[in-house]
Ligand binder design. Structure first.
Ligand code: MLT
Ligand code: ZN
Length: 461
């Protein structure tokens, strides 16, 4: 028997594209976490802002939860629909709406893929510099919902820095046209920034005006082999004193092992405990500085080997060693931590966390990597074969409580760039004070009074 609510939705939004096939419910009801069983009511695919508004108004009238949905490459369960929610997929709202050469902005619908944005910017002789491995599948709306970071934050910052304006359909169904591309706008609360990283809990981002910048200069990529964890931040210091770094990413031998098993070529004849991929502008002066930093690190015993890209193809190959980690681990459905501390707190935090996880996970494979130049660590824990998924998640959850306490002591965050979603919700208070969470709840109650927007994500009512 068809759900009568769907008939009323069809009446409220005439011509709305709706999917209800079990395969679609499964596909659109989950993200890359794969932890929850998808169970959405249906999938709505609006084609216009007006249709999104009508859907939101209908959801308020019928008290149906809405889950905004982009590429669903998220790693915190923010786009999961496991409780009869209506998924609002922005798949059909994926166009470039305009380019302004004077403002250097690109206005897009929120369902557009990051890579399509990057290509459109390039076609105008400019760049949209936010970048990460899921560029082909993730959407700008999802990037905004989590303030996504990625591999060039060190040089260009997070998604937030590049949003000149956005249109938000609030949980009321109103359209807020926020900041309208202005560079300067000192006229009260900047609601644009409230929408960024709100994980779909305040409304649905339907359009964004993105700031573009000059294309990046041709670059060199260097892969460094390190003997110890302690050396990491010292190598970072040595390189950044001499060069403007565009990226400084690290991974362990264990992470590399998974990427090699996935088809990549080993970079060195021998293995090393830690690796760093760094990128900087090419040029004689820069290469000289990089060599000097490298030699200095070798002399101090901080680095044991290194290779510098000689071509674009080799640079891409070196980047693959870092970028393919997530995909090479996907078959294990890892338990993911995505934590950050101030860069100055990183050495002490690293030492403490390393000891903590060695004690707490004696029998699990722990894979470390991440955006160390931003103070952001990814710690992926792999489930041993034979252990029940629920038991595995419960054990990892207990360790995350200890990790959260350690983060709190170092003034860090339980989510650097993946968002809180469902996965990190129990640990939000390690990063945000009670007063802050109360303020966030208050803001939600104004923009989404009936709690229809992405219910259960970020915090409970
Ligand atoms: C990455 O930087 O590759 C992802 O954000 C990390 C992850 O998959 O845990
Ligand atoms: Zn990352």
């Amino acid at each position: 028997m068809p759900d009568p609510r769907l008939e009323s939705l069809r009446q409220a939004v005439p011509g709305l594209s709706l999917k209800t096939d079990p395969a679609d419910l499964e596909h659109y009801g989950r993200d890359w976490t794969r932890r929850w069983t998808p169970a959405p009511l249906a999938i709505a695919l609006p084609g216009t802002v007006a249709e999104v508004q009508q859907i939101v108004r209908w959801a308020n009238a019928h008290r149906v939860g809405l889950v905004p949905s982009g590429g669903r490459t998220g790693l915190s369960g923010g786009a999961v629909a496991a409780n009869g929610e209506l998924v609002v997929s922005l798949d059909r709202m994926n166009k470039v709406l305009g380019f302004d050469a004077i403002d250097r902005t690109l206005t897009v619908q929120a369902g557009i893929a990051l890579q399509t944005v990057q290509d459109a910017a390039r076609a105008q002789g400019l760049q949209y510099p936010v970048d990460f491995a899921s560029r082909g599948s993730c959407s700008i709306g999802g990037n905004i919902a989590t303030n996504a970071g990625g591999i060039r934050v060190l040089r260009y910052g997070n998604t937030r820095e590049w949003i000149a304006g956005l249109k938000l359909v609030t949980g009321h169904g109103d359209v807020l046209d926020l900041n309208r591309g202005l560079v300067k706008n000192s006229s009260g609360y900047d609601l644009r920034h409230l929408a960024i990283a709100s994980e779909g809990t305040l409304g649905i981002v339907v359009e964004a005006t993105l700031r573009l910048t000059d294309p990046a200069p041709p670059s060199n990529v260097m892969l460094l082999a390190l003997p110890s964890f302690e050396a990491l931040m010292q190598v970072f210091d040595a390189f950044r004193l001499r060069l403007q770094l565009q990226a400084f990413e690290f991974f362990t031998d264990r992470a590399l092992g998974h990427v090699l098993a996935h088809g990549a070529q080993p970079p060195f004849a021998e293995t090393h405990p830690f690796y760093v991929v760094t990128e900087f502008a090419s040029g004689e002066a820069e290469e000289g500085e990089a060599l000097a930093a490298f030699e200095q690190c070798m002399e101090r015993g901080l680095v044991s080997d290194g290779v510098i890209s000689q071509s674009g193809a080799q640079a891409a190959q070196l980047w693959r060693l870092r970028e393919d980690i997530t995909e090479s681990l996907a078959r294990y459905t890892p338990y993911k931590n995505d934590v950050s501390v101030r860069i100055s707190a990183m050495p002490a935090f690293l030492a403490e966390t390393q000891a903590l996880l060695a004690d707490e996970y004696p029998d699990f494979q722990v894979v470390w990597f991440g955006h160390i130049g931003d103070g952001n660590l990814h710690i992926n824990v792999l489930k041993p074969e034979g252990l029940e998924q629920d038991e595995f998640v419960a054990r990892c959850g207990r360790v995350t409580e200890l990790l959260a306490a350690c983060l709190q002591a170092h003034g860090g965050s339980i989510s650097a760039e993946h968002g809180i979603g469902l996965v990190k919700k129990p640990y939000l208070s390690s990063t945000r004070s009670e007063a802050e969470i109360a303020a966030m709840r208050g803001i939600k109650s104004v923009l989404d009074p009936n709690g229809v927007m992405n219910p259960g994500k970020l915090f409970d009512p």
